[in-house]
Write a protein that binds this ligand. Structure first.
Ligand SMILES: [Zn+2]
Length: 240
């Protein structure tokens, strides 16, 4: 890879902070209330399980941002920077299990550094010209460089292979955290339904979906069901 983990985390943190500040200025940042509290509980439970997949996540500076906007999207930037939009929760009427399915999948991308991979590819193809230079203080503002990097890290579609990997890890994270892994299937079905007659949700442009994904998830379910059975379940789960 052409860019270090530490550098990708640093750029992601700058871009994430910029997004946070802009949401705050627009007064669309949600920092309390039932939706925020729900997400906080779910994210904490998932984060607590990430050590199964790599041992340095305890040192990550995990953050959660909830933005009040009619956008069907969610992400987890490198280094543990989670973003959720209220539109995704409200329009798909997500249960806690379904929130955990999406969040687990996104966290999995961060754990496996898929964003770093895509940014490295962009650098290799000379698609990214000034990130490394600007990030090193060569020229341009650090925020612009970080936001350009974030386009490659978060906005370009993932490869099918990375999507399958994120599905498998996400499923296991959710199951271990006490969320029914079956919800990964219902949430993708809802997502596909939401695309009918409208332009596809933002989430689907970065996560191409379809029957193949649902089939693969169904095949993986029996593997993680025992983990879910053994897991301590959260109290007062919200159903859809
Ligand atoms: Zn994905």
């Amino acid at each position: 890879m052409l860019i270090s983990s530490g550098e990708v985390d640093r750029l992601s943190a700058i871009s994430y902070n910029d997004q946070y500040q802009r949401a705050k200025e627009k007064q669309i940042l949600v920092t309390s209330g039932p939706d925020y509290d729900r997400l906080k509980v779910i994210s904490n439970r998932l984060i607590a399980q990430t050590g199964v997949f790599r041992d340095d996540t305890r040192q990550w500076k995990w953050q959660l941002t909830l933005i009040n906007a009619p956008i069907l999207n969610a992400s987890c930037a490198p280094g543990g920077k989670i973003t959720f939009y209220t539109g995704l929760i409200d329009q798909l009427n997500l249960s806690d299990d379904e929130v955990a399915a999406i969040m687990g999948h996104e966290i999995a991308h961060a754990l496996r550094e898929h964003g770093r991979e895509r940014l490295s590819q962009a650098i290799a193809q000379n698609a990214v010209t000034n990130i490394a230079l600007a990030a090193a203080g060569g020229y341009g503002s650090a925020i612009n460089a970080a936001n350009q990097a974030a386009q490659y890290i978060l906005v370009l579609p993932n490869s099918r292979q990375n999507e399958s990997e994120a599905d498998a890890i996400g499923l296991e994270l959710a199951a271990r955290a006490g969320y029914n892994p079956q919800a990964a299937i219902s949430v993708w079905q809802k997502m596909i339904k939401a695309t009918k007659g409208k332009s596809p949700p933002e989430f689907l442009s970065t996560h191409p979906s379809g029957e193949t994904r649902i089939e693969q998830l169904s095949e993986l379910l029996p593997v993680v069901q025992p983990l879910y059975k053994e897991a301590v379940k959260p109290l007062g789960k919200k159903s859809s």
